[in-house]
Design a protein around this ligand. Structure first.
Ligand SMILES: NC(=O)c1ccc[n+]([C@@H]2O[C@H](COP(=O)([O-])OP(=O)(O)OC[C@H]3O[C@@H](n4cnc5c(N)ncnc54)[C@H](OP(=O)(O)O)[C@@H]3O)[C@@H](O)[C@H]2O)c1
Length: 271
């Protein structure tokens, strides 16, 4: 049995909406002790198993780990207040899309280490992808952060911030794209006379089953498609249509997402 990692005491989540709660949920189901974790969010809405407060002043002792779980646009509202709680013993893990380490360093110069993490929603069920990137994180901090995110899925450290952004574009946003693909498959089934219940179940099971096959069978996507599509058969006729547009559409999709990331990065630069 592997050891259950311990969160630094105390750990703060500043902002804990969709992604913060996905991480908390994943940690909870991994058996990680959340009793010294505090969520700070203006609504004060409870997060299961974690003490929730509405302002930093009520959070208690200065944090050893702070997860920034608010929207990038909120950085300049929150950083001036949060800055006084950050010491050389604090590691900041930023989930903020686009915002570069250099911009975070300018806001939190006293922080012991600043790490960017780009998770995706399936961390909630511990099947996520979490890209990690840090310039000044020493080996001890890297091991500590790796140990915390590994129970939530695949958590690679990226060598540079550009590759970190690329993982974010594919994996961070990916569940939304895959959800749209599944929705389109469901609609296509419904349009052909299936009930919503049957169309939903077969679309989800088909994507799940194919993903499972792809993860266990290392022959690659072309080979999986080849095994489905017999020459001049029905699947091949369908692929001839799909292949005309899917690659270009995904390129365009990821380019749009990367452009927005650059805008957020630019907006967060102080100088
Ligand atoms: N969602 C994803 O799949 C995903 C993937 C990768 C990265 N991210 C990143 O994760 C971050 C959070 O995204 P999200 O989707 O979880 O957003 P979200 O659901 O809108 O949650 C935002 C959180 O920020 C809190 N907040 C707002 N103003 C605040 C303030 N002044 N002080 C403290 N907290 C404040 C909100 O509090 P209340 O709940 O009280 O309103 C809420 O808990 C973003 O930076 C995003 O780029 C998200």
């Amino acid at each position: 049995m592997t050891d259950v990692p311990r969160l630094p005491v105390p750990t703060w989540f500043v902002g804990c909406g969709n992604m913060g709660q996905a991480i908390v949920g994943g940690w909870r189901s991994a058996g990680i002790d959340l009793s010294s974790t505090v969520v700070i969010r203006p609504s004060g809405l409870p997060v299961i198993g974690v003490r929730t407060v509405t302002q930093l002043a009520d959070a208690g002792a200065p944090p050893r780990l702070v997860v920034l779980g608010f929207k990038p646009q909120k950085l300049d509202e929150i950083a001036p207040q949060l800055r006084s709680w950050v010491t050389g013993r604090t590691t900041i893990v930023s989930l903020l899309a686009g915002v570069e380490v250099a911009s975070l360093k300018e806001r939190f110069p006293a922080a012991g280490a600043i790490v960017r993490a780009m998770p995706n929603l399936p961390v909630a069920i511990r099947r996520g992808v979490i890209a990690l990137y840090g310039e000044d994180a020493d080996e001890k901090t890297r091991v500590e952060i790796s140990n915390l995110f590994a129970p939530l899925g695949f958590a690679p450290w990226m060598a540079d911030e550009a590759k970190f952004s690329a993982v974010g574009a594919v994996a961070g946003s990916g569940p939304a794209y895959v959800a749209r693909f599944i929705a389109a498959l469901i609609k296509a089934g419904e349009d052909r006379g299936l009930s919503n219940e049957i169309a939903s179940t077969i679309a989800i099971e088909t994507v799940l089953g194919t993903s499972w096959l792809a993860a266990t069978d290392r022959d690659g996507m072309d080979e999986i498609a080849r095994r489905v599509a017999s020459p001049n058969g029905t699947t091949e006729a369908g692929l001839a249509v799909l292949d005309k547009g899917l690659g270009a559409l995904l390129d365009e999709t990821l380019d749009a997402s990367a452009n927005r990331g650059r805008q957020l990065a630019e907006a967060a630069r102080l100088s």
